[in-house]
Design a protein. Structure first.
Length: 307
């Protein structure tokens, strides 16, 4: 197998396809981190929303209603975290881990109770998210391979990158969010309702997490399996750190994850052990998180030395 078969036109779309679930997860983390809330529960929000999306799709026969219900599920989970952290001052990391464990348990119960199976459900009654086919692109190899047959949520994900960037860096609301994240006492003194703003941020985070789960189960795979997220929520956190909480740079980070995922799958044809291939995204995740912590520590050390 030649390297040209790995780095071909399909790499571009395959990268975007693999990156989209991580992108929504990363946006879920980015908006909260700007308000100084580390959303460790992204994985659990995604997992619960993925199950709700499949269940709703089977019950109603509508992918659109399924997405809406997944968003509702994500918002509910995010609000549970928000109330526990903002109102009752519970540790956000502990809450996030609790949400993740709860999601694993409730979806494992749900797939058996409501879908009548264990492990994986991929019935033909799942109505997936449609793909956009542009007939005019059929006769052009590049346009057909790269831009044709995109899932609706893949297009929406890229739109949300721009929307999130504009919201955070070009609006008064975004300025207040960033002020709350960096100088909460000063923000409160300036008359900003810090608690209300954090609730708003968590609601938006829940919407992104809901979209992440819905896309994963109805757009990316058209199935539900126990722990279908498979660490993508944590990859989203890594991408958020890679992009320094800037949605556009965060998107670049998710594309790197997507590219690694696709190339890893192709490398199996070279006889490389599958266990090593499966490790690649997580090795990159750990590397990014370690570098982010090192950068943060170095920055804090410089600030102390300046004083």
């Amino acid at each position: 197998m030649s390297m040209s078969k790995i780095f071909d036109l399909t790499l571009i779309y395959a990268t975007i396809r693999s990156a989209t679930p991580i992108l929504f997860a990363a946006l879920c983390c980015t908006i909260t981190q700007q308000a100084d809330i580390l959303n460790i529960g992204t994985e659990g929000i995604m997992l619960t929303s993925a199950f709700v999306a499949v269940l709703t799709s089977v019950m109603t026969g509508s992918w659109l209603i399924a997405i809406l219900m997944a968003i509702v599920s994500g918002v509910v989970m995010a609000l549970i975290m928000a109330v526990a952290n903002i109102k009752y001052s519970a540790n956000i990391c502990a809450i996030g881990m609790a949400i993740n464990m709860f999601a694993l348990a409730i979806t494992k119960f749900g797939i058996k109770r409501f879908l009548g199976t264990s492990g994986t459900y991929s019935g033909s009654d799942i109505i997936g998210i449609p793909r956009i086919h542009i007939a005019a692109f059929d006769n052009n190899i590049f346009l057909n391979e790269v831009l044709n047959n995109w899932c609706v949520t893949e297009v929406f994900g890229i739109i949300m990158v721009v929307v999130m960037w504009f919201l955070l860096f070009r609006t008064a609301w975004g300025l207040r969010v960033r002020c709350v994240g960096r100088f909460p006492m000063a923000a409160e003194t300036a008359g900003i309702n810090v608690r209300r703003l954090k609730y708003q941020v968590m609601i938006i985070s829940g919407v992104m997490g809901g979209l992440a789960g819905a896309h994963l189960s109805l757009g990316y795979s058209k199935m539900f399996a126990e722990n279908i997220t498979n660490g993508r929520g944590f990859m989203g956190i890594a991408a958020m750190n890679f992009g320094a909480q800037n949605p556009i740079l965060v998107w670049v980070g998710t594309l790197i994850f997507g590219c690694i995922d696709y190339i890893g799958a192709r490398l199996q044809s070279y006889g490389i052990p599958s266990q090593f291939i499966l490790m690649l995204p997580y090795i990159f995740t750990i590397t990014v998180l370690v570098l982010a912590m090192w950068k943060k520590s170095a920055s804090e050390a410089r600030k102390k030395s300046a004083l």
